[in-house]
Design a protein around this ligand. Structure first.
Ligand code: PLP
Length: 233
């Protein structure tokens, strides 16, 4: 019934494999997150049954609504803008929060993690192209922000995330991906406690191959797996 999902996953994995090989890595070095926003539970289950282990949602309400229906074996990723008053709803459900860009949010994640008696892994979101419409820390502020973020006892910083500008030609955004890789090198060299540049979360359906070539090891893919979404989502 959902054979197109299986064949889309095959195709995406093949493209990831080739891009990884072009950058001297293997497909196993790249985490594939299937982005399930607007996708119903049955289609998500089809993807999970076909081997998808990581799911990404950008809205708290959608994540919590689908969560009970999906196997415990998957890791959930919060990839969208997160309001502080909603942290409590996802704290015991997600493996990684990709979209952290304020101290206020860090404080709330720290507090809720302590209450839930867990460590939370997070990524710092970088607004790599300085787009007014997007969240994320400005490139020039990232290092200071990471230093300030490293002090929370219940949070571990696991890398950086970005959403590149939308474009029909991914070559246009290649320099932004390269800049992200450079930034993560710089941060790694600081050897801060609680900070490990393990993941570079970048690359979506339209630009993931270029992102991988430039060093991404975590791609967030929706459309290329599940098909086009209704507009305005
Ligand atoms: C929707 C979304 C994606 C996936 O986008 P596609 O172009 O459908 O692959 C990735 N990251 C974030 C933050 C998203 O909101």
């Amino acid at each position: 019934m959902y054979e197109y999902i299986a064949s889309n996953i095959d195709r995406v994995k093949e493209r990831i494999k080739k891009a990884a090989e072009r950058s001297g890595r293997s497909v196993d070095d790249i985490v594939l997150i299937a982005v399930t926003k607007t996708v119903d539970v049955e289609r998500i289950k089809a993807a999970v049954n076909y081997g998808i282990k990581d799911l990404g949602e950008n809205r708290v309400q959608e994540l919590t609504a689908k969560y009970p229906y999906i196997s415990d074996d998957v890791r959930w990723h919060m990839i969208g803008r997160l309001q502080t008053n909603k942290v409590k709803y996802i704290i015991d459900r997600v493996s990684l929060i990709h979209s952290v860009d304020s101290l206020k949010l860090l404080k709330e994640i720290d507090k809720r993690s302590e209450i839930a008696n867990r460590m939370m892994d997070i990524l710092i979101e970088v607004n790599v192209a300085g787009e007014a419409s997007k969240g994320g820390v400005a490139v020039e502020d990232v290092i200071d922000f990471v230093k300030q973020s490293a002090v929370f006892e219940n949070i571990r910083i696991k890398g950086l995330m970005t959403v590149a500008p939308q474009t029909d030609d991914p070559e246009i955004v290649r320099p932004y991906f390269a800049q992200m890789k450079e930034l993560s090198f710089k941060i790694e060299k600081l050897k801060l406690d609680n900070v490990e540049m393990k993941y570079l979360s970048m690359g979506m359906s339209g630009d993931f191959e270029v992102a991988i070539e430039e060093g991404s090891n975590m791609v967030r893919i929706g459309t290329a797996i599940f098909g086009e979404r209704p507009i305005n989502t």
